[in-house]
Design a protein around this ligand. Sequence first.
Ligand code: NAD
Length: 422
Amino acid sequence: MAEMTDTSEFDSHLFRTALVQLDRVAARLNLDPNIHERLRHPRRALVVSVPVRMDSKDIKVFRGYRVQHSTVLGPTKGGLRYDADVNLGEVTALAMLMSWKCALVGLPYGGAKGGVRCNPRAMSVTEREHLTRRYTAEIMLVIGPDHDIPAPDLGTDEQTMAWMMDTYSMTQGKTVPGIVTGKPLIVGGSAGRREATGRGIVYALYQAARHLQPLRGQRVIVQGFGNVGSVAARLLWREGCVIVGVSDVKGGILNPHGIDIRQLEAHVAETGSVVGFPGTEPVSNAELLEQPCDILLPAATGSQIHADNADRIKATIVVEGANGPTTPEADVILRDRGVTVIPDILANAGGVIVSYFEWVQGLQYYFWRESEITTRLQEIMTRAFNRVWALAAKEGTDLRTAALMEGVRRVAEGYRVRGFYP
Ligand code: NAD
């Protein structure tokens, strides 16, 4: 293998994990060492300072990032994250994962990711708007509807995307709906985008259920009750699953007899948290993951299942709504214990799939019915799941390795036919 060049600027736990995964898969695929070397590096990484006048009238300067991993299969696509832990390495790793994810499900995109290191919950709406508009202005150089198309992620939402689209459009003298996805419906959003990631998780679980255990009656624990976790919890609850535990950043709740998700949503709308929901016991986020259940859905942040708690996870299926919720050490422990892990790049791909639908609709100014969107989403998720399942069986490996093999192989094939520059 060619000697690998330095990637230390991107050093972070998640980036090291992403490289280890890539290197293992490259060895299994017997990848051309030159293509392997190219895949280990992002194409572009932009670091910006984002000055914001806070409500106190003081200026605070935030650090922002936009990283584009590969443009070999098309423009880049990936979410924007507002979180106190954001750093260049994390954003780069997430951009790389987006490359594999888009290729795995057959979208004409490369991977990107953005982030601003901040605590959005401690900021007012006005402060978040100023932050978003200034960040958008700073990354304007590298984004565009044919270049790189942001979307919501941890700590950002439809409103964030509306501000981004508006800021970008102001500089163009016209409205440019294709610049972001995950927008509100009224300004060119897509039916079904808000539910897409949660719904995709359920479609993946339908397929897993065919091979493993029927969904009805399964006990489910959901960590994170935001866009991804709350939608998945509601759909699984409607499927007849028993949701025995839920958490958010403020803490968790448990009821072994099941939690009424509709009532929980009303409680969250009123109080801002799942904590204190009547009829449940309080539990910490760490304890929640180890409670008895059949399906565990981490849908919050990375590295939640690690070497110190993996052997106490009771679930037989872990379906990764979050990006990178399981460390490589924990992955080995879960595999040895016979736990099926449906990996992030497969399980949570519904979000980018419907983002792709939104982008296509925006470019054509022609909008589809929600039923068309969910049907096409289900088709793509089902095809991707079954391809990964079959490859895992053929290679005698776990689903994560198979999903990465398929995603990396397709990106590598793009470089083989095009050359090394994109
Ligand atoms: P969100 O901001 O809407 O919700 C995040 C939820 O997790 C909130 O309930 C928050 O309180 C909770 N949370 C945050 N930190 C936590 C912690 N340390 N412990 C427990 N709970 C915590 O974000 P989201 O869009 O639902 O994204 C969640 C995860 O899913 C992220 O890892 C994201 O990268 C991934 N993801 C999101 C999408 C999407 O379409 N939104 C698509 C693919 C992957």
